[in-house]
Design a protein around this ligand. Structure first.
Ligand code: BGC
Length: 501
């Protein structure tokens, strides 16, 4: 087995562990359910921050400003205070994801997931019972720590346990559960929006997904690679037998994992230093570029804008939430499509197809809005055109759902050699959160000033990232994790970095 960047030996592709067993399926479903808490938070916070009783209690100035600011359809929710509240989670998550690198290496992937789940649970309880803004923010910081840990550990867990041939499909489970969390949260907001204490229920119910994933994580064992790395060879053998099936001889795979771990230990370097070595430049670039581009697809602005748009054309807040639910369901269905084809057609195909699809839809939304609402955004958009915008947004959401959504968690978790895998994933999650933070700080103001041009801005990024993938991302489907170095060695650009090391 090649420990990426060292021996350069291509392990026999798929020679071990090619089979899908019931145990590996259940284990991965349980692990992937960690995505629930991230999704739930994404879905719940957008809705709660538009609930009048919530704003009245914690942010009354926002309500006063909203009443005065109804100048055009783009500026209604442009409030810095609310934005800071929502995005405090991302700063906490960023810090946690960096710490998580060391944590997953020392206590294991599974235990990090449990730790993240418990932290999120505490945050949810504090938020549900919040009596003042301080409690609200403390709760949010704990939620952030929670998702920082789970988003770092879970994709690595899935990639290490999944059979290499089906790693894409298994890893997609994480984004699928994020999607379920988003839709569940939207439905809950739909039910609670009309009650004065509804926001409390919406925020407090986050304990449910947290409990589900924490209990689930307690029931599964850690990944064989992680167990070996921590010197627990017998447990690793047992875990490997469980996921690969009783009739499978796990010794060859076990001994390869041991070798990889020994090489990693011998190197005994600080992973945050190693990762900056020239031979890991392609890996590092991908772990930064992929999550950065994922956020610049504009997924969160579309998700946020759909209900606002619907409310502003007089569909009422119910239809606004229904629009969010429709978008969420389309997104979910498309993630399933991704799971079905990612290991057959490959990552590059999905990235490129999805990127083009999102580009076309965003240009379409910009044109429809410019033509119907006027350059200033003050003209009324008719319901027919609003529905056209929703259709375009659905096509957009499906493009995201089968490309940049799941693949942005998959790629960083599968390209690194074991000794810097947790570090690579940490950097990736930190970049995801940092970019989400910056965009959420700016996008409402941007929408207010650039109006429909905001969608053209994101369209341009979609074009750029599609070209980036076409030129720089090698295909990684079906390659065992420990043979991954070969994809860089064969790549027209990256081979100069990895060869000769
Ligand atoms: C992204 C989030 C996004 C979510 C949508 C995730 O992969 O990181 O920013 O809100 O997908 O389902």
């Amino acid at each position: 087995m090649a420990v990426g960047g060292f021996s350069g030996v291509d392990g026999p592709v798929g020679s071990f562990s090619g089979k899908i067993t019931l145990s590996v399926v259940i284990t991965c479903i349980v692990a992937a359910s960690s995505g629930l808490i991230f999704g739930y938070d994404i879905g719940i916070s957008g809705g709660v921050t538009t609930m009048q009783p919530f704003l009245q209690k914690f942010f009354p100035s926002v309500l006063r400003k909203a009443a005065e600011a109804k100048t055009n359809i783009y500026c209604i929710y442009d409030s810095q205070v609310l934005t800071s509240f929502t995005s405090s989670l991302y700063i906490a998550g960023l810090a946690a994801s960096l710490v998580a690198s060391r944590l997953t290496a020392t206590i294991g992937r599974r235990n990090t997931m449990v730790f993240g789940g418990l932290t999120f649970l505490a945050g949810a309880a504090i938020n549900g019972g919040a009596a003042n803004v301080a409690m609200l923010i403390l709760g949010r910081i704990l939620l952030g720590f929670g998702v920082g840990f789970t988003n770092q550990a879970t994709p690595v867990y899935l990639s290490e346990v999944a059979p290499p041939k089906w790693r894409g499909a298994f890893n997609t489970g994480f984004q699928f559960f994020i999607g379920i969390g988003v839709v569940a949260a939207n439905c809950i907001n739909f039910g609670t929006a009309k009650r004065s204490w509804g926001w409390r229920l919406s925020l407090g119910l986050a304990v449910v997904p947290a409990a589900i994933m924490t209990i689930g994580a307690l029931l599964i064992s850690d990944t064989p690679s992680s167990l070996i790395q921590r010197g627990k060879v017998e447990q690793a053998r047992h875990a490997l037998r469980k996921v690969r099936g009783k009739d499978c001889d796990v010794e060859p795979e076990l001994s390869e994992l041991k070798k990889a771990s020994d090489v990693a230990k011998e190197a005994n370097q600080e992973p945050f230093v190693t990762i900056f070595e020239r031979q890991y430049r392609p890996h590092l670039v991908m772990s930064i570029a992929i999550p950065f581009f994922q956020q610049l697809t504009g997924i969160n602005i579309i998700a946020f804008y759909a209900p606002v748009l619907f409310q502003s054309v007089g569909f009422g807040s119910d239809s606004a939430l229904i629009a969010a639910i429709i978008l969420g369901l389309v997104n979910l269905a498309s993630i399933l499509v991704s799971a079905g084809i990612v290991d057959r057609f490959g990552r590059r195909f999905l990235f490129i197809e999805g990127g083009i699809q999102m580009f076309v839809c965003q240009v379409g939304v910009a044109v429809v809005l410019a033509v119907t609402t006027g350059v200033s955004g003050t003209k009324e958009i008719s319901k027919g055109y609003a529905i056209l915008v929703l259709v375009l947004m659905c096509i957009y959401a499906s493009g995201f759902g089968w490309s940049w959504g799941p693949l942005s968690w998959l790629i960083p978790s599968e390209i690194f050699p074991i000794k810097i895998r947790p570090t690579g994933q940490s950097i990736s999650v930190a970049v995801n959160f940092a970019t989400t933070f910056v965009l959420s700080q700016t996008f409402l103001t941007m929408l207010c000033h650039f109006k429909y041009g905001t969608f053209l801005f994101y369209a341009a990024w979609n074009a750029l990232m599609t070209i980036f993938v076409a030129l720089f991302l090698p295909e990684t489907k079906a390659i065992p994790l420990d043979s991954m170095n070969s994809v860089w060695e064969k790549h027209w650009y990256w081979r100069r970095f990895v060869c000769g090391n």
